[in-house]
Design a protein around this ligand. Structure first.
Ligand code: ADP
Ligand code: MG
Length: 254
């Protein structure tokens, strides 16, 4: 469904992604893990066609989008919902208007249909009662849920999340984690989740790609990542504060 193949990308003269490849199958959730600056958001921007690689290929839903012109990319992007890192709600719009944004932008929907879809999306994230509130009145966790409602309003087959639990407390992180899982289970959505949140990653992932300084140093399932002896992965997980997930010798000693 989503495939990056041998991607090399430089920005401002610096190599950002080096021979990056991974594949997320239809209906599955792929997690891109890695420390800050490892290239996770850049990988999402490639999937959205917002950046072009210097070499390598990007496939979305069977199409090679690497060299697509902008109008073709707009069509591809219309099939994706995106939850940006900062949440990025419009402060001057109500929750309902924020949620409706993609449908309004696209046009061709009647006001009744927009209202129905907006309410359905907000109901899914448990915020239908907040439809007339302003973002400033919401907690951080609620804002993130509105961002998800906005992402799913046009019923995309693919959802992309950039650090969806960053800055949230454990309860709110858990709520977001559940929403990501329910979208997969109830609607068969294919998801890409970029994060350095280890509990989130292990809850949602069918497949993981671990990025370290622009290179993939692990791809595969959640079991394999606990067994790998790649130093960059082990350090990251061992320092996650999750002794239950600690790799290698530390794991075998518990
Ligand atoms: N437009 C840009 N120009 C130059 N360097 C960039 C640009 N965007 C990102 N980078 C650099 O690329 C690296 C990876 O960034 P990013 O993909 O945002 O990492 P992550 O999301 O994993 O924190 C960082 O070192 C960042 O400074
Ligand atoms: Mg990022």
């Amino acid at each position: 469904m989503i495939r990056l193949e041998n991607i090399y990308l430089s920005l401002g003269g610096a190599g950002i992604l080096k021979n990056v490849g991974f594949h997320i199958r239809r209906g599955e959730t792929g997690v891109i893990l890695g420390a800050s600056g490892s290239g996770k958001t850049t990988a999402l921007r490639l999937i959205l066609g917002l950046l072009k690689p210097d070499s390598g290929r990007v496939f979305v839903d069977g199409e090679d989008i690497t060299n697509f012109p902008e109008e073709e990319l707009l069509r591809v992007r219309a099939g994706m919902g995106m939850v940006f890192q900062a949440g990025a709600l419009f402060d001057s719009m109500t929750v309902g208007e924020n949620t409706a944004y993609r449908l309004m932008e696209k046009g061709g929907h009647s006001p009744a249909e927009i209202e129905e879809r907006v309410r359905r999306s907000l109901r899914f994230v448990g915020l239908e009662d907040s439809i007339d509130q302003m973002p400033a009145e919401l907690s951080g966790g609620m804002k993130k849920r509105v961002a998800i409602a906005r992402g799913i309003v046009a019923s995309p087959a693919i959802m992309l999340y950039d650090e969806p639990t960053a800055g949230l407390d454990p309860l709110n992180s858990h709520n977001i984690t559940n929403l990501i899982k329910r979208l997969k289970e109830e609607q068969g959505v294919t998801s890409v989740v970029v994060t350095h949140d280890i509990p989130l990653a292990f809850e949602v992932a069918d497949y993981m790609a671990f990025l370290h300084e622009g290179e993939v140093c692990y791809v595969g399932g959640t079991d394999g990542i606990l067994k790998t002896d790649m130093e960059c992965v082990r350090e990251f997980i061992d320092h996650s504060g999750r002794a239950d997930l600690a790799c290698g010798e530390r794991r075998s000693s518990i």
